[in-house]
Design a binder for this molecule. Structure first.
Ligand code: IPE
Ligand code: IPE
Ligand code: MG
Length: 253
């Protein structure tokens, strides 16, 4: 049984403040390039912004923050950049987990973790265990994550769990096996850096998410930019297939 209802199976509960925000943190490289710095300087700055974003979510009472840090396609980058990103990931886990824990943040990493070196896998496991009882904010980092990978791994697990079902699988059979089954679907999706695409992020889970794209580069995405995204979200009419009249509760709607 899934913990949360699916937007296509039942009408989800909505609120003025999004319950779950998912972000593609894009534009680090361009931020550095504009300053004649190496791309990695942009990634270092990007980590700082993650800290700010966590604080902003704690202040605003947002329960789930999911950040895309490294896609399953990012291995295609120059080897040097990939290895610097891995080092940064290790460093962030070594330096930040204590503080996250103190602030009541539960950390999870989703993605195909088997591709990471054993030391990094160990740090991930430790961080998840250390913060497992925290409830103030659920912070999820997607690393070596791909939406298609997620759907395929969920499908494989679903088939292994109930092979006898054969041709009667439903959405609700698949959902508990998806990487984010512990969270409701994102209410608000933000992509910084100007591109208007999903880049293989949460393909299944974004079915009814409100999308917000901004040209602001991730290292420049401060709290006021975040509030602009939330304000835009608050203007949206989330119909989930219904009409405006139905939402307004008009007779015969
Ligand atoms: C996003 O910033 C961070 C990662 C993908 C790791 P980019 O590195 O993609 O920055 P741009 O898009 O080149 O500016
Ligand atoms: C998406 O950014 C992945 C992350 C932010 C981790 P990219 O910069 O890799 O996306 P594309 O390749 O431009 O679509
Ligand atoms: Mg990019």
């Amino acid at each position: 049984m899934a913990l949360f209802s699916s937007s296509t199976q039942q009408l989800p509960e909505t609120a003025a403040v999004p319950h779950h925000v998912a972000v593609i943190m894009d534009g680090n490289g361009r931020w550095a390039k504009k300053r004649f710095l190496p791309r990695v300087a942009g990634h270092v700055k990007g980590v700082e912004l993650v800290r700010k974003m966590v604080r902003a979510c704690l202040e605003r009472g947002i329960q789930y923050l999911t950040l895309f840090a490294f896609s399953s396609e990012n291995w295609r980058r120059p080897q040097e950049e990939v290895s610097l990103l891995m080092q940064l990931f290790v460093k962030a886990l070594e330096q930040e987990v204590e503080k996250l824990d103190r602030n009541g943040v539960r950390l999870r990493i989703i993605g195909d973790l088997s591709a990471f070196e054993p030391r990094l896998q160990g740090l991930i496991r430790q961080a998840e265990e250390k913060t497992a009882l925290n409830t103030r904010l659920d912070l999820t980092i997607a690393a070596n994550y791909g939406g298609r990978w997620d759907i395929m791994q969920a499908m494989n697990r679903m088939l292994a769990a109930q092979p006898e079902k054969r041709d009667s699988w439903s959405e609700t059979d698949l959902e508990p096996h998806l990487a984010m089954s512990f969270a409701p679907e994102p209410d608000l999706f933000i992509r910084t850096g100007g591109e208007q695409r999903i880049s293989n992020f949460l393909l299944w889970q974004l079915a009814y998410t409100e999308l917000f794209f901004t040209p602001t580069l991730w290292p420049d995405f401060d709290k006021s930019e975040f509030d602009k995204a939330i304000a835009s979200y608050q203007q949206r009419e989330r119909r989930f297939g219904r009409t405006s009249e139905q939402l307004a509760g008009k007779p015969n709607a």
